[in-house]
Ligand binder design. Structure first.
Ligand code: ATP
Ligand code: MG
Length: 494
């Protein structure tokens, strides 16, 4: 229930006359407040002379010093969010008259009005630290994008998501391109005092695994090594990663069929068998030429491209694939350390796992929900690589689109939202926007994020570390949030 203004609470300002210089819309009004009232953009206020009815407004612009009182008073633009009458929330169909009193709103009321309730603890509203920002785990049935320039706090934020999701019995899978999350089972050794101001103590993840591609190095002792089985790989994605031309891909598919036809059903088709068969074909050609030269050329380049992938030692290497039964465990966080992996290995691994995860979820609908974190997303799924990486991208888009209803959610982290394909960006409807200075990156987010007032966008280039704007359909409006630090450890690269 929404309660009225406590009796006796004094006004901090009043509604002022409209002023053409603000080009107000009909759900905005001007507020004049003495400088000591310390109003800031983002703050919520109650506008009304009596207990009820009253308006709830949010300061979105100002202070401006345009009136004759400007030495003592600042003027602000407030957006009228709701109208409270007899304890119920109504649409805003009118505006308060000049002289109407303005008061602060208590934090509990702000929380319920904004919809910032739930059991995932993210931080507090920057303009009112009494208001804790919570998220409902249902937010993770949609996808999350975390954006911001280097050092703005993206990794901390996504790690907070991982901690909270795993507490809500999600399974978490992280493609860790920097090797930052490989010690999340340990309590953090940094920002401890700050963490305490949020009422939290250092604590490591309770159920935790680290995996590393068979040929790569990791700092995590005891990490499980894994390989990718050729027989399970999506051939379109594989061809793309290998950089095969259309013609090479046709010959490749033909070879796979021929090798499959002579492989016993109990045995998998291996990349080695494909390469051997191709080698034989080329050798035969050298001895007794039957193919036209341009086909020989196609087969020769195909051979060298397949040899290159085979030389990476990740496909059919002497290690098991990652078991999906191990990934889909309630509360478990699984980290794939890809910090030492080449682009090829990284892309093969990500594509392979995404398709396995999706397949598993379809076959096991009762398995736990899964949050899949993709860090530095722009480095391997970018607009520039869009045409060359179509199959990989379609796989991600399909996983995102069709996985959503099945309990698969993506956490996409990038410092370059402008380089992300728009399909991927649009799928992230919960957005955490940290400091960004590049106009191109801000613009692309602006175009596709609704409900963020201009006054909040203008704060984006000056946000401090760990500060962000959160826009999510779950909240009635976008909010400036100070994120909490993580409880678990992260290897910080500075
Ligand atoms: N919510 C927060 N509160 C306090 N300090 C924070 C917060 N978030 C991040 N920091 C600090 O800011 C620094 C950068 O944070 P982080 O590594 O998360 O940024 P990033 O955006 O992921 O950077 P990069 O682009 O380099 O990956 C770290 O030292 C971290 O401890
Ligand atoms: Mg980071």
């Amino acid at each position: 229930m929404v309660t009225g203004a406590p009796a006796g609470e004094s006004a901090i300002g009043t509604v002022d006359y409209d002023d053409e210089s603000f080009s107000l819309s009909s759900n905005q009004c001007v507020i004049s407040a003495p400088q000591e009232s310390m109003l800031e953009r983002g703050v919520f206020v109650k506008i009304g002379n009596t207990d009820q009815p009253y308006f709830i407004g949010q300061i979105i612009e100002g202070p401006f010093y345009t009136s004759r009182y400007s030495e003592t008073h600042g003027r602000y633009v407030a957006e009228l969010i709701s109208y409270i009458d007899r304890d119920s929330v109504r649409a805003v169909l009118s505006r308060p008259a000049p002289g109407t009193e303005v008061r602060t709103v208590e934090s509990g009321q702000v929380q319920s009005l904004l919809g910032v309730s739930g059991s995932m603890y993210m931080g507090y509203v920057t303009t009112d630290r009494k208001v804790s920002v919570m998220m409902d785990s249902a937010t993770l049935t949609r996808h999350v994008g975390v954006f911001g320039t280097t050092g703005s706090g993206k990794s901390n934020t996504i790690q907070v998501f991982m901690e909270e999701a795993s507490k809500k019995d999600f399974a978490v899978l992280v493609f860790d391109v920097e090797g930052e999350y490989i010690f999340m089972d340990r309590p953090t050794d940094r920002l401890i005092e700050r963490l305490e101001t949020f009422g939290l103590k250092p604590a490591g993840a309770r159920d935790f695994r680290v995996y590393v591609p068979y040929p790569s190095f990791t700092h995590r002792v005891g990490a499980e090594r894994f390989a990718v089985k050729f027989c399970n790989v999506d051939i379109d994605v594989f061809s793309e990663v290998a950089g095969l031309s259309r013609l090479e891909q046709l010959y490749f598919q033909d070879l796979i069929e021929k090798v499959a036809a002579v492989t016993p059903e109990t045995k998998p088709v291996t990349l080695k068998a494909i390469i051997d068969r191709l080698a034989q074909r080329l050798k035969g050609q050298a001895e007794y030429a039957t193919m036209p030269p341009f086909i020989v050329e196609v087969n020769t380049t195909l051979y060298s491209k397949l040899r290159l992938i085979s030389g990476l030692n990740i496909v059919d290497a002497d290690a098991e694939g990652i078991s999906m039964d191990e990934i889909f465990k309630e509360g478990r966080i699984s980290v794939l350390d890809l910090s030492d992996a080449s682009d090829y290995v990284r892309n093969i691994v990500i594509a392979d796992l995404l398709s396995k995860v999706f397949k598993y979820k379809v076959e096991n609908p009762e398995s736990p929900k899964l949050l899949i974190v993709i860090e530095e997303a722009h480095t391997f799924i970018s607009r520039e690589k869009r045409d060359r990486m179509m199959a990989t991208m379609m796989l991600i888009i399909e996983t995102a689109r069709r996985g959503r209803k099945r309990g698969l959610s993506l956490g996409i982290v990038t410092q370059q939202p402008a380089h992300l394909p728009s399909e991927i960006l649009e799928l992230c409807n919960t957005r955490i926007i940290h400091r960004i200075s590049s106009t191109a990156n801000i613009e692309v987010l602006k175009e596709s994020t609704g409900n963020v007032p201009e006054g909040l966008w203008s704060t984006v280039p000056s946000l401090g570390r760990g500060e962000a704007i959160i826009a999510t359909p779950k909240y009635s409006r976008a909010l400036p949030v100070t994120m909490r630090p993580t409880m678990s450890m992260r290897v910080v690269m500075e």
